[in-house]
Design a protein around this ligand. Structure first.
Ligand code: COA
Length: 256
C-alpha cells in the first residue's frame, strides 16, 4: 500500500501531501491516523516553522470523509469517529502552535473543506471547488464545519452553504473570506511558498501566541482579551522578543 501521507521538509517548511488521489484523497481512518502521526511529529520538530497541507493529484484537495467507511455506522460509532477526528486531526492542526497553510488544489468538500478550515491560512487554485454537502447524505458536518465556517464567512453565508450543500468556486470563496488568495493552478505552489517565506521572517513564539489569542476569542470558556493580555506579557520573556526589539533598535534585520 502506498504511503498515505507524503512529507518533505525544505527550508523550514514541511510540505504534507495527502496521497490517495484515486479516491480524491477521501479521508478514511488510515489517513486520519497517518495525519495525526505526521502532525504530531511536525509539532515536535523545532526546525519546522510552517506546514503546508495539500492533496495529491490535480483534482482534489480532499473530497470529504470516506463515505463508504461510515455508511453503515451506528450513532455510537459515528460519535467516536468525529470525536477522535476532531481531537486528533482537526483541532490538533488548529492548535499546532505553528502556522499551517492549506494549498487547495481542487475539490475541498465536506471533511476536506473542514480540514482546510482547521488550517490557519488558505490559498486556492482557481479551479478549486468548495462545499459542505453533508446534508445531501442526511448528515451534518462533524469535523468542526458548523463552527469554523460561520467564523470565517458569517452565519448567513455559512447557513446557505450548509443547508444547500452547493459548491462554490474559488473566486466566490475568496469573496466570502473563506480563502486568503486565489491563484492560477500552476502558480499555487509558488504562491504558497511566498506566503511561507513571509511567515518565516517573523518570530515563531509570537506567531504561536497570536494563534492562541485569536483562537481564545472563539472559545466561550475563555476571555479572548484576558488571554491576549497574558500572552502579550509572556512575550517579553522570550529570546524572540529580545532579538526582534534589538534588531529594530540596531537597524538590522531580525534573525528568528
Ligand atoms: N468518499 C469515498 N469515496 C469518494 C469520495 C468520498 N467522499 N469522493 C470521491 N470518492 C471516490 C469515488 O467513489 C470514486 O471512486 P471509484 O473510482 O472507485 O468509483 C473516486 O473517488 C473518483 O470520484 P468520482 O466521483 O468518480 O469523480 P467525479 O469527478 O465524477 O466527481 C466529486 C467528483 C467530488 C463531485 C464526487 O466524487 C463527489 O461528489 N464526492 C463526494 C463528495 C462529498 O459528498 N463529500 C462529503 C462527504 S461527508
Amino acid at each position: 500500500m502506498p504511503n498515505p501521507i507524503l512529507t518533505s521538509i525544505a527550508d523550514r517548511v514541511a510540505w504534507v501531501r495527502i496521497n490517495r488521489p484515486e479516491k480524491l484523497n477521501a479521508l478514511n481512518s488510515a489517513l486520519l491516523n497517518a495525519l495525526h502521526k505526521t502532525f504530531s511529529e511536525l509539532r515536535q520538530q523545532d526546525e519546522v516553522r510552517v506546514v503546508v497541507l495539500m492533496g495529491a493529484g490535480e483534482k482534489a484537495f480532499v473530497a470529504g470523509a470516506d463515505i463508504s467507511e461510515f455508511a453503515e455506522f451506528t450513532p455510537e460509532q459515528a460519535h467516536t469517529l468525529v470525536a477522535q477526528g476532531q481531537e486528533k486531526v482537526f483541532d490538533f492542526i488548529e492548535n499546532l502552535g505553528k502556522p499551517v497553510i492549506a494549498a487547495i488544489n481542487g475539490f475541498a468538500l465536506g471533511g476536506g473543506l473542514e480540514l482546510a478550515m482547521a488550517c490557519h491560512l488558505r490559498i486556492a487554485a482557481d479551479h478549486a471547488k468548495m462545499a459542505l454537502p453533508e446534508v445531501s447524505l442526511g448528515v451534518i458536518p462533524g469535523y468542526g464545519g458548523t463552527q469554523r465556517l460561520p467564523q470565517l464567512v458569517g452565519k448567513g453565508r455559512a447557513l446557505e452553504m450548509i443547508l444547500t450543500g452547493s459548491m462554490i468556486s474559488a473566486q466566490q470563496a475568496f469573496d466570502f473570506g473563506l480563502v486568503n488568495r486565489v491563484v492560477a493552478a500552476d502558480q499555487l505552489l509558488t504562491e504558497v511558498a511566498k506566503m511561507a517565506s513571509q511567515l518565516l521572517k517573523n518570530a515563531p513564539s509570537a506567531q504561536a501566541a497570536a494563534l492562541r489569542a485569536v483562537k481564545a476569542g472563539y472559545d466561550p470558556s475563555q476571555s479572548g482579551y484576558a488571554v491576549e493580555k497574558e500572552l502579550f506579557a509572556d512575550c517579553f520573556s522570550t529570546a524572540d522578543f529580545k532579538e526582534g526589539t534589538q534588531a529594530f533598535l540596531n537597524k538590522r534585520k531580525a534573525n528568528f
